[in-house]
Design a binder for this molecule. Structure first.
Ligand SMILES: [Zn+2]
Length: 256
């Protein structure tokens, strides 16, 4: 784990450049873990490292109800694992589907935690974790019940599957208005950007404030390009087959 800002640690995993974020409480003894990933060995190693730093996991957050953001292991303990109300509802509804996708993507991954998250009160904007002030920024882009977290005193935005340097925007094509939902989320990130000095995407590299602004602009451009079908987004160059398929499906849906 690398300390990217005071009391904010990030580990990056080989599978899809997935990140795990740990927020240390103001007392230096508690921590909150966001989207722990990915393999059992990695999560157990993380648990050992947290213990060796004298940290107890007293809270956890799942940014959105996709399998790779709902993982858990007994080694992390039994702290409350929160998600937004919509996110928790969806996680429960698609638990079997998520387990199949997890096993198909990463055979042997521990799927025992996929349906076990506790819903926050609907519309809540502050995480009920007393150790440090963390804002919940809920939106509907990419997945229903998705939320980013803003560690307020450090200006760190933990973005989940948004604002990545390696994956272009992935729209929730099952939603009623995927394009509008995504545009709305980008507008929300634009509105908080001045408070952010570091962005931690769920997949990819941590970026500074300027990089956040660059990613916001790139994502807006990508969204517009879905309507012309002529994206020149560098994140599509050499993209994995599944990413290319998602892109093609989005173009087919939104091309005008
Ligand atoms: Zn996702």
């Amino acid at each position: 784990m690398i300390e990217v800002a005071p009391g904010v640690l990030v580990a990056t995993h080989a599978f899809c450049a997935t990140t795990t974020t740990v927020v240390v409480g103001a007392d230096g003894r508690e921590c909150l873990i966001v989207d722990p990933g990915v393999t059992s060995v990695e999560i157990d190693t993380l648990a050992t490292e947290l213990a060796s730093r004298g940290l107890t996991v007293t809270g956890a957050f799942s940014t959105h109800p996709h399998w790779d953001h709902l993982l858990w292991r007994p080694s992390l303990g039994d702290a409350p694992r929160w998600a937004t109300a919509h996110g928790a509802q969806r996680a429960e509804a698609v638990e079997d589907e998520n387990a199949r996708k997890a096993e198909g993507s990463l055979p042997g991954v521990d799927t025992s935690g996929l349906g076990r998250v506790s819903p926050l009160a609907p519309g809540v904007t502050v995480l009920p974790w007393a150790a440090r002030s963390i804002r919940v920024l809920e939106h509907r882009a990419h997945a229903v019940g998705h939320a980013a977290l803003l560690v307020e005193d450090a200006g760190v935005l933990v973005a989940g599957d948004m604002l990545s340097d390696v994956e272009p925007p992935l729209l929730d094509l099952d939603a009623t208005d995927p394009w509008g939902d995504y545009a709305e989320a980008i507008a929300m990130f634009t509105a908080v950007a001045r408070e952010v000095s570091l962005v931690v995407p769920g997949h990819g590299e941590v970026g500074d404030h300027d990089e956040l602004v660059r990613r916001i602009m790139a994502d807006r451009l990508y969204l517009d390009s879905l309507r012309t079908g002529a994206s020149t987004d560098p994140r599509l160059v050499g993209a994995a087959d599944w990413l290319r398929a998602e892109h093609d499906a989005a173009v087919a849906r939104f091309r005008t």
